[in-house]
Unconditional design. Structure first.
Length: 455
C-alpha cells in the first residue's frame, strides 16, 4: 500500500499491487477468482458463511475437484490468501467482489436473497473509496436497484451516471458489475484467458473495476453501465439455452425420422462460418443456462414484454428429462417389462462430463421422475461417492455403486445421463441388458448395438 491512506483510493489505485481484495462466496466462481488474484500478487481474503469451507481453505485443502489443493496451500503459506467467516473484516479491504448464488425459487422467479444478504453484510463495514463489484448473474438493474440503495444506507453515496465524459465526478465509493464466465473443467479457457466485461455505476467506478480486473485477465471489455454488463451475461446464456433447445427439439424429430442427430450436427459443423455446434442431452444443467434466462423473462414483465423465445426454449429443455423417462419406459416395454419395479442404473449425476458439479443437473430430475414412477434406482458417478441434500432435492441416502460386470448385468436398464470420459462404454454395453444413451456416448461401440436405445 506504500503508506497511502485508504481515503486516497482513486480509480488508478486499483491498477497497483498489494491491494487487499475480499471475495464473498468461495465456490465455483469465487475460489478460482481469489486464487487468480493471489497469483498476480494481491492479498486476498475469502469470506464465506460456511465455517467448514473456511477451515478447509485455511488448511490448504480443496473441496472443488478441478481446483488443486496445492495451489490453495501455496497461497495460504505465502500469506496471499486466507479465508474467514468474520464479515467485520470487510472494512480492511480495498475491493470486495460478490460471488454468491442467484438461484430460482419454486415458481422459477429470481431468488436474490443471497445477493441482498451479502449487500446487507457489507453495508455496516463499507469504507470511503472502497470498490464493490457484483459478479453473480442476475437481471439488468440489480446492481443499481437492489445493491446500491442497501450500500448507501449509512450515508456514503455512489451517484449513478452514464455520462462517459464524467470521469472525475465525485463518488464516495465505487460500484460495478462484472459477470463471471467460469466454465468448470474447461481445459482450453481458464479465468486468465477469458475477457472480462465491466460496467460501472458511474465512470470512476467503471475505471476502478476495469483497472483491477486488467491485472488477471487477457482483456477487459468496458460497457456503458451496470445494466449493460448484466444483460451481456444473460445474452451469452440465453444464446446457449435457445440453441440447445433447438437441437433437443430436432433430436426428437430425427428419432421419429430414423435419423442420427449427432451425425447431422457433425456434418453441419464442417461449415467454416455461420454455424456453431450445440449438442442435445437429457436436459439442461449447470448454474447458468437453466436458470439465467428466467431472470430476464421475469424482469421483462415489468416492461409489458413477453420473451417468447426464452420461454419456449425453457419449455423444451425442461421437458427433456420427461422424454428420457418415456424412452426408458418404452424400451423396457419392448422387453416385456414395466418401469415400475424395474432395476435402473443411472450413469452420471454431474451436470456435464468430467466435473464434480451437481447444480441443476438433469440427472436429479431423472432420479425424481423415475423414482416417482416406481423404478428401483441406483447411480454411479466417479465424482460423487455419495449424494447430499440440495435446495430442491434430497438423495442423501444414495451412494455410488461399483461398475462391475456382475453389477451391470443385474439391472434391467442402464441410462447414460452424463458421458464421463472415465467410463468404459464397450464394457458397459457388453455387460448391461439394455442401455438408454442420452449423450451419444456409445457411438464408437461396435458390439452389442442391438441393446442400445438412443434418446
Amino acid at each position: 500500500m506504500g503508506g497511502r491512506m485508504a481515503g486516497e483510493r482513486q480509480p488508478e489505485f486499483f491498477t497497483g499491487k498489494g491491494i487487499k481484495i475480499g471475495i464473498i462466496g468461495c465456490g465455483y466462481v469465487g475460489l478460482p477468482l481469489a486464487l487468480r488474484f493471489a497469483d498476480v500478487g494481491q492479498i486476498v481474503t475469502g469470506f464465506d458463511t460456511d465455517q467448514s469451507k473456511v477451515d478447509k481453505l485455511n488448511a490448504g485443502k480443496s473441496y472443488i475437484q478441478h481446483i488443486p489443493a496445492a495451489k490453495i496451500a501455496e497461497h495460504v503459506n505465502g500469506k496471499r490468501f486466507g479465508a474467514t467467516a468474520d464479515f467485520k473484516r470487510l472494512r480492511e479491504m480495498d475491493a470486495v467482489l460478490i460471488c454468491v448464488p442467484t438461484p430460482l425459487d419454486e415458481r422459477r422467479e429470481p431468488d436474490l436473497s443471497y445477493v441482498e444478504d451479502t449487500a446487507r453484510s457489507i453495508a455496516p463495514h463499507l469504507q470511503r473509496n472502497q470498490l464493490i463489484v457484483l459478479e453473480s448473474t442476475t437481471y439488468p438493474g440489480t446492481t443499481e436497484e437492489l445493491v446500491l440503495p442497501i450500500l448507501e444506507k449509512n450515508g456514503l453515496k455512489c451517484p449513478v451516471s452514464r455520462d462517459a465524459t464524467a470521469t472525475s465526478m465525485a463518488t464516495d465509493f465505487y460500484l460495478a458489475f462484472s459477470p463471471e464466465r467460469e466454465d468448470p473443467g474447461n481445459k482450453q479457457f481458464g479465468l486468465a484467458q477469458i475477457p472480462k466485461v465491466v460496467g460501472g455505476t458511474n465512470p470512476p467506478s467503471g475505471k476502478a473495476a476495469a483497472g483491477l480486473y486488467a491485472q488477471i485477465v487477457s482483456k477487459v471489455v468496458p460497457v456503458s453501465c451496470t445494466q449493460a454488463a448484466e444483460m451481456v451475461k444473460l445474452l451469452e446464456n440465453i444464446f446457449r439455452c435457445v440453441n440447445i433447445a433447438l437441437v433437443n427439439e430436432l433430436k426428437q424429430l430425427c428419432l421419429r425420422m430414423g435419423l442420427d442427430i449427432w451425425e447431422i450436427i457433425d456434418g453441419a459443423a464442417t461449415k467454416p462460418f455461420g454455424f456453431m455446434p450445440f449438442y442435445p442431452g437429457p436436459g439442461l444443467g449447470g448454474h447458468c443456462i437453466p436458470v439465467d434466462p428466467y431472470y430476464l423473462s421475469w424482469k421483462a414483465r415489468e416492461y409489458d414484454f413477453a420473451t417468447r423465445f426464452i420461454e419456449l426454449a425453457g419449455e423444451i429443455n425442461t421437458a427433456m428429462p420427461y422424454h428420457v423417462v418415456d424412452a426408458v419406459a418404452n424400451a423396457l416395454n419392448e422387453r416385456q417389462k414395466s418401469l415400475k419395479g424395474s432395476k435402473v442404473l443411472l450413469l452420471g449425476v454431474a451436470y456435464k462430463k468430467d466435473v464434480d458439479d451437481l447444480r441443476e443437473s438433469p440427472s436429479l430430475k431423472l432420479l425424481e421422475l423415475l423414482t416417482g414412477r416406481g423404478a428401483l434406482l441406483d447411480y454411479n458417478d466417479p465424482y460423487f461417492a455419495a449424494m447430499h441434500k440440495m435446495r430442491h432435492y434430497d438423495f442423501s441416502n444414495m451412494r455410488s455403486v461399483d461398475l462391475t460386470p456382475t453389477h451391470l448385468a443385474a439391472y434391467d436398464c442402464v441410462i447414460i445421463a452424463t458421458d464421463h470420459s472415465s467410463y468404459d462404454y464397450d464394457a458397459i454395453v457388453q455387460n448391461a441388458k439394455l442401455i438408454v444413451d442420452t449423450r451419444n456416448a456409445t457411438r464408437r461401440v461396435k458390439e452389442g448395438r442391438e441393446k442400445i436405445v438412443n434418446c
